[in-house]
Design a protein around this ligand. Structure first.
Ligand SMILES: [Zn+2]
Length: 235
């Protein structure tokens, strides 16, 4: 369950609301909650982003440093901390992929860092980054890698094979389409997840969780592949 901390207002003693006291309106010391709980949301993935945005702007205004310029040092500090929590939470939750990855982490999944930076860091230290090719892509990826290798060779020798470039470009488009389609697949899993949160068993949740991990991994794999193709095409 999201950490809904209930305690008394430090200033007037009334039961406080999440960020401000519901009675006297004073900013409250931040409590360590996850991003969903910060917005008073359950850990579900179908989320009204427009509503989230409204809440974000409303809270931003109420936490604005100008409002605390004459407040005591504690309140200034707390409003800053709340602001920074607010920004992190909003940035993470409004983005469909970041939201899913965040939830998966809360659910105990360690997703592999797939960023360009991480890949380069791994290369620089001589680590081999294991990239498991999704089985349904094995053949395609194998062919594509051969063609990319050929293209790299040609580039090195200052030659160009327009037919090969066109073929690689065509495959890139296909990969991008697959990449985009996976977002739709992920969204279907969101609904399964939300249903499991509402009334499913722990087993149901695990099953959906692992499906989402699979979709995210495939999506990241495709993204990296497209990036590799672009690097060769633009070299
Ligand atoms: Zn109060």
């Amino acid at each position: 369950m999201p950490g809904q901390a209930t305690s008394s207002c430090w200033s007037c003693g009334t039961m406080r609301a999440e960020h401000f006291c519901s009675a006297c309106g004073k900013v409250q010391p931040p409590v360590p909650v996850d991003y969903f709980a910060f917005f008073g949301l359950p850990g579900k993935l179908n989320l009204d982003v427009a509503l989230l945005e409204r809440e974000f702007y409303q809270l931003s205004r109420k936490l604005h440093p100008d409002l605390y310029s004459t407040a005591d040092a504690r309140e200034q500090q707390w409003s800053l901390e709340q602001s920074s929590q607010l920004n992190d939470a909003y940035r993470t939750l409004k983005d469909p992929i970041k939201r899913t990855e965040y939830l998966l982490r809360l659910e105990g999944v360690e997703l592999e860092e797939q960023s360009k930076g991480a890949t380069e860091a791994a290369r620089a230290t001589g680590q081999i980054k294991k990239q498991v090719v999704p089985p349904d892509l094995l053949e395609e990826v194998f062919d594509l890698n051969m063609q990319l290798e050929e293209l790299r060779m040609q580039r090195k020798m200052g030659e160009d094979d327009p037919a090969l470039i066109e073929e690689v470009g065509r495959q890139k488009l296909e990969l991008e389409e697959k990449h985009d389609a996976l977002l739709q697949e992920l969204k279907r899993e969101w609904t399964e997840w939300d249903r499991a949160v509402d009334g499913g068993s722990a087993e149901d949740r695990l099953k959906v969780r692992d499906k989402m991990v699979d979709v995210i991994n495939r999506r990241n794999y495709l993204r990296n592949l497209v990036r590799d193709v672009n690097e060769v095409l633009e070299s």
